[in-house]
Structure formats: C-alpha cells, structure tokens
Design a protein around this ligand. Sequence first.
Ligand SMILES: [Zn+2]
Length: 68
Amino acid sequence: MSAAVSKGSNRVAIRRCAMPADPVCKMELSEEDAEATAEYKGMTYYFCSEACKEAFEHAPERFVKKTA
Ligand SMILES: [Zn+2]
C-alpha cells in the first residue's frame, strides 16, 4: 500500500488583491519575504532586493500604475 500522495494538485493558488508584489521585477512577495520597502505616494511597496528598490526609487512612476 502506497502512502505517496500527489502533492501537485494539493496546492491551490490563492490570489489576494492585497498580496504585495515587487513592482520592478513583478515577483510576488509576502511582507516577511521583502528585503526592502519603499513608500511612494502613501503606498508601501515591497522589493525582493535593495537593487529593485533602488530601481524603483530612481523612477517610481515607471513602475506604479497611474490611477486617474
Ligand atoms: Zn525584485
């Protein structure tokens, strides 16, 4: 009798709107995973690395969707 369980189908992709994502490289991050954060126009953005944060801070308007 095999106790092996197929793990592949067990993982459900849960997409929350509030899931922070690195706006530079689009990597999804949890707040705990973020290596760096930056605030821009009252929003906090999370980054996988200092390099992504620096890229964002050089030109945040390139990475933030404009809301009318
Ligand atoms: Zn990144």
